[in-house]
Design a protein around this ligand. Structure first.
Ligand code: NI
Length: 207
């Protein structure tokens, strides 16, 4: 008698807890996929005007890249793994597209201008695609371009060896159209073949 009276409320609580858990997990999942929601209304807000210094020491703006697709990656030359990996992924993707690759300008943007001088950037990018353009600039120029591309970066201090600090940064590859508008982005886990396939498709169908 007592048991049957207690059971229903317990069951109700259990069901309520399960529903709460489900709601929470759905909420977490939707938050996790937030970056991908850039395919929605956020598209137009990625990119825009910038003024930077290229690896030849010349001042360049978004207009310097007009007429070609731009494959853009933000990082820093002292990065131990993510940046070299991603630049190699970009290089491999571009090297497997045949002549279509000529329509795309790969760009590496330093978010560590303190150490990434023009010479350091020039030397670094020579390890990757021959047409890779390296960009650096003043702290303000870099901050402005990173903001336009919604790139997060932050210095991670090294107490023992201050000069060996690291940089935290988002590792997204952006594909911009010949008009400078955002088209697609690739996350860190996208492999070169998948990037190449998407690039080929986008370039072929671009009007
Ligand atoms: Ni990096």
């Amino acid at each position: 008698m007592q048991k049957s009276e207690l059971l229903p409320p317990r069951r109700t609580i259990l069901v309520a807890l399960m529903l709460l858990a489900l709601a929470l997990s759905l909420g977490v999942v939707s938050l996790m996929y937030k970056p991908d929601s850039m395919t929605g209304s956020g598209i137009a807000r990625v990119g825009g005007p910038f003024t930077m210094i290229n690896h030849r020491g010349e001042t360049v703006t978004e207009k310097s890249f007009a007429g070609k697709f731009m494959l853009v990656f933000f990082g820093f030359t002292y990065c131990p793994d993510v940046c070299p990996t991603e630049l190699q992924v970009m290089t491999t993707a571009l090297n497997t597209m045949g002549t279509m690759t000529d329509r795309i300008t790969p760009v590496f943007v330093s978010i560590d201008p303190e150490r990434d001088t023009v010479d350091v950037v020039a030397n670094y990018i020579s390890n990757f695609h021959p047409r890779l353009v390296g960009l650096t600039g003043s702290q303000a120029q870099v901050a402005s371009m990173a903001k336009a591309y919604r790139v997060y970066y932050a210095k991670v201090e090294n107490k023992e060896r201050p000069q060996d600090y690291q940089m935290d940064h988002s590792a997204i590859i952006y594909l911009m159209g010949p008009d400078g508008k955002f088209l697609k982005h690739f996350t860190y886990t996208t492999d070169p073949a998948a990037i190449r396939d998407t690039l080929v498709q986008v370039v072929e169908n671009y009007k």
